[in-house]
Design a protein around this ligand. Sequence first.
Ligand SMILES: [Zn+2]
Length: 179
Amino acid sequence: MAFKFCPHCGRQLQIKPVGAGQRLYCDHCRKIQYRNPTVGVAVVLVENDRLLLVRRSGSYAGMWCIPCGHVERGEDVREAARREFEEETGLKVTLGPVFSAHSNFHDPENPTVGIWFWGKKAGGQLRAGSDAAEVGLFSIDDLPEQMAFPTDLMVCEKLKRCLASDDLNHWLASCLAAD
Ligand SMILES: [Zn+2]
């Protein structure tokens, strides 16, 4: 939902044409109220050709997703990915390169930009943590039926293509030291 009132002064916002679009604008503060997507982070962890997924218990409860969460204001994007992954799965992770990035439009009120990092297990004990009812490793050919996010499915398709190719290991070996 769009803001109706200026979060700085409380006066009613106006709609103002800016460039090719329309923006919410406060005449008093002379500020545009931008409505940008937030940033989501996810970690792709594969062990023995199986992908780690979590079954959600908060929003989209009962559906499965690649472990993910939101970047907090002031938080480094990689730190956010490691924190969310450990919170949900109990595992510490070393991040490799970005495996994929997509815009998420499945919730039109809350658009996000998602970044999927490649991850390598670095300790901890696998357990379902906050916002997760269950954790499990799945063959890419046998994913749970109820996946929460269409972009996770796009990432899984890419992973499937990569796992079928020897190039993945060479690429990772050259990238994993860069975290
Ligand atoms: Zn204002």
